[in-house]
Design a protein around this ligand. Structure first.
Ligand code: HEC
Length: 190
């Protein structure tokens, strides 16, 4: 049985037997001869396009060596673990803990809400002061360490008109509001 070209031996096939413009390579392997054609343009475009895209993807999108960032999803998980750890071990005499809270977006956000609801009326919506002291001017009459600020907020100054907030808010929310006040005073952070 013959396949394709009418020759017994592949060596006998000549260019004349082939369609217009088709070239043959010289060697014969297992009785098979190969065409020597350029790959079609669409095929080459896909090949080199994919290679180029893989480099762009590796450098720009996937590889974070240039920015030094960790993966955002991983970052978010770390953040959640850290928030849970802080919330589960509130020790209001521990300044270090307040420093961590004051850079933790969950605590800052919670504190910001408590501040707007309970403190802004006297201390101003931007902590600029009013009936109560300015809380961003760097002056701390009753102490500027986180635990001193906590005591100021927790016990209040009943004689001056500021109630004891720990009684109303509880320890966690009071700590959150202190974290928020600290976050607005970067000079107090280490
Ligand atoms: C009814 C008004 C009022 C409200 C509400 C209020 N404060 Fe005050 N706050 C004051 C006054 C007045 C002082 C000054 C006390 C004094 O004369 O020593 C003060 C002082 C402070 C201080 C001490 C500042 C320093 O220089 O040491 C902090 C901190 C503070 N307030 C935080 C808060 C926070 C946080 C809240 C909300 C949970 C809050 N305050 C709610 C009136 C208020």
């Amino acid at each position: 049985m013959k396949h394709g070209l009418e020759h017994d031996r592949p060596e006998d096939v000549t260019e004349e037997d082939l369609p217009e413009g088709v070239k043959l390579r010289d060697h014969v392997v297992d009785g098979i001869r190969e065409y020597d054609q350029r790959l079609p343009m669409w095929w080459l475009i896909i090949l080199f396009g994919v290679i180029a895209y893989s480099i762009v993807y590796w450098v720009v999108i996937d590889d974070r060596r240039f920015t030094g960032d960790r993966h955002p999803a991983f970052e978010a998980k770390l953040q959640a673990v850290e928030t849970a750890r802080l919330a589960g071990s509130i020790d209001v005499t521990n300044d270090e803990m307040f420093f961590q809270m004051a850079t933790n977006p969950s605590f800052i956000e919670a504190g910001r809400e408590h501040y707007a609801a309970h403190c802004a009326a006297c201390h101003g919506s931007d902590l600029q002061g009013g009936i109560g002291f300015n809380l961003v001017d760097g002056e701390w009459v009753h102490g500027s360490t986180p635990s001193e600020i906590y005591v100021s907020v927790a016990d209040g100054f009943p004689d001056a008109g500021m109630q004891a907030w720990e009684t109303l808010l509880g320890q966690k929310r009071t700590a959150e509001v202190v974290a928020y006040v600290l976050s607005r005073n970067p000079d107090l952070l280490p």
